[in-house]
Design a protein around this ligand. Structure first.
Ligand code: NI
Length: 160
């Protein structure tokens, strides 16, 4: 396993549409292991393959520190409700902004054995699934921010 370099806003690779994974290979397995390690090392709750420069439809998510989710070729099949709150991204370091997302999401994906599974999430997990899946189509949350993108430091000073 290895920590990979996290790509930042402005880099072309973050604006591309990713390709579906057709089969599990050693190379893809290694990518997933590296994504997991890179996400934890950066204290992130999610990471998508293009954030480490690979245009494959793979995301890893862990919103609690003990619920690791690996999603290959993920797709949202149902959403409901609404939540509005601050969001950030490892590819937009030091920044945060308000984004409205569904409060409930149901998604389908393949696991590391390429077996289909379904996942349901509310609140932070629903937000993370929406955020990470958008990376796979070349979109960043900053496109959806309501009001201004803020510095994380500035927000802490405001006591928010
Ligand atoms: Ni992100």
């Amino acid at each position: 396993m290895a920590i990979r370099n996290i790509r930042e806003i402005g880099e072309d690779v973050l604006t591309k549409k990713c390709k579906e994974v057709q089969e599990m290979t050693d190379r893809t397995r290694e990518l997933i292991e590296d994504m997991i390690e890179t996400m934890y090392e950066a204290n992130g709750v999610g990471l998508a393959a293009p954030q480490v420069g690979v245009l494959k439809r793979i995301v890893v998510i862990d919103t609690t520190g003990e619920d690791l989710l690996v999603m290959i070729n993920p797709r949202i099949v149902e959403t409901s409700g609404e939540q509005t709150g601050y969001e950030g991204c490892l590819s937009v370091p030091g920044k945060t902004g308000v984004v409205t997302r569904p409060n409930y999401v149901k998604a389908v994906a393949l696991d590391e054995e390429m077996q289909p599974f379904e996942v349901e999430g509310t609140e932070l997990l629903a937000r993370a699934i929406c955020h990470e899946l958008e990376h796979l189509d070349g979109h960043l949350y900053v496109e959806k921010v309501e009001g201004e993108l803020k510095d994380v430091d500035e927000l802490e000073e405001d006591g928010e």
